[in-house]
Design a protein around this ligand. Structure first.
Ligand code: SF4
Length: 338
């Protein structure tokens, strides 16, 4: 690769979101990533919704809670975060002395985007007596405006740890918030945000699918809408869904969440059959378009040239860290993490 090409790719980085460089087609990208991990003391953390090739090169694969914990405790010098922007931000917030790389800076999140900080600040000001609990799928600015962060794995325990007479404002996911209200008997005030992937499932198509596969169990993520959750045999975070399919004695599952998790489900239980819940149209809309912006090639390039990097002002980082620390503390006390 010539120096001119790299310099140009770095100039275009902000516009494109990634280093737009060609790779020798004969290169063994898997082997190169392994070499770079050793040479640079780098760790690859990947979300379950990443494409299978990325999951296969990752040192750790998990959901938001597990990834945050790994990011906090790693001794590596470089964290390569194969996920979306708010997750890489969370890694930087928790471990600022590390260089945090994201293969494509434009890997955003429709749910995080549904809570712009200026509007959320005004909303919060109208409810000064409310404690703000935010789902981790939000920007660092929203985290900084929150009292406690939660993930889908620990949300119930976090809500239960708050005194019943304390009013709560929950953001940004209204579906997860409504599900938690039902589970905990609380009446949290909900910000009106949602994830485009989890709202796309077709109830009609799922019903037909269940007729064709009468023994298949419907398992769903709590970011899905209430009518779907009511039909589900099991509801849980991505990690909980994976564990359920390993421990349950069923043999067939209709999976209502992003399709990336099917790779780990199939690997863990090769004898079982997993069917992605169909979306409301003919496209693959239950593939998160943001997550899938990361590719193995972009992952390799960001490791080789150490860009794009996540940078953050220290004042924002400290303000965003407080509610995450609170979440980790409550999760530890509840025995959810080690
Ligand atoms: S699946 Fe939904 S919540 Fe998760 S990153 Fe994609 S848009 Fe965001």
């Amino acid at each position: 690769m010539s120096d001119i090409n790299i310099a140009e790719a770095k100039i275009n980085l902000e516009k494109k979101g990634f280093l737009d460089l060609g790779i020798d087609p004969t290169m063994d990208v898997f082997a190169e990533i392994e070499r770079l991990k050793k040479e640079k003391n780098a760790i690859v953390l990947a979300h379950y919704y990443q494409e299978p090739d990325i999951q296969d090169v990752a040192d750790y694969i998990g959901d938001s809670l597990g990834l945050a914990q790994q990011a906090e405790k790693t001794q590596a010098d470089i964290i390569v975060f194969a996920g979306v922007h708010f997750m890489a931000e969370t890694a930087k917030i928790l471990n600022p002395s590390k260089k945090v790389l994201l293969p494509d800076l434009k890997a955003g999140c429709s749910l995080a985007d549904s809570a712009p900080a200026d509007l959320f600040r005004k909303f919060k000001e109208k409810h000064p007596d409310h404690l703000v609990v935010s789902y981790i799928n939000c920007t660092a600015d929203i985290k900084a405006l929150s009292d406690i962060i939660c993930t889908s794995s620990n949300a119930e325990k976090i809500i239960e740890s708050i005194p019943v007479d304390q009013p709560i404002l929950f953001a940004p996911d209204k579906n997860l918030g409504a599900y938690l209200n039902k589970k905990t008997g609380r009446n949290m005030l909900l910000w009106n945000g949602a994830c485009m992937v989890h709202e796309i499932f077709s109830l009609e198509k799922i019903t037909k699918l269940k007729t064709r596969h009468p023994n298949a169990k419907l398992i769903a993520h709590p970011e899905c809408e209430d009518p779907l959750l009511r039909m589900a045999d099991y509801i849980g975070s991505t990690t909980q869904l994976l564990k359920y399919t390993q421990q349950d004695n069923g043999s067939e599952y209709i999976v209502a969440t992003e399709t990336g998790i099917l790779h780990q489900m199939q690997k863990a239980s090769p004898e079982k059959h997993f069917i992605p819940a169909p979306p409301d149209n003919s496209c693959a809309c239950n593939d998160c378009p943001h997550m899938k912006l990361n590719t193995l090639e972009k992952l390799y390039l960001c490791m080789e040239y150490e860009a794009p990097e996540i940078l953050m002002e220290e004042q924002l980082r400290l303000a965003a860290k407080k509610p995450i620390d609170r979440m980790l503390e409550i999760s530890r006390a509840a025995g959810l993490i080690g």
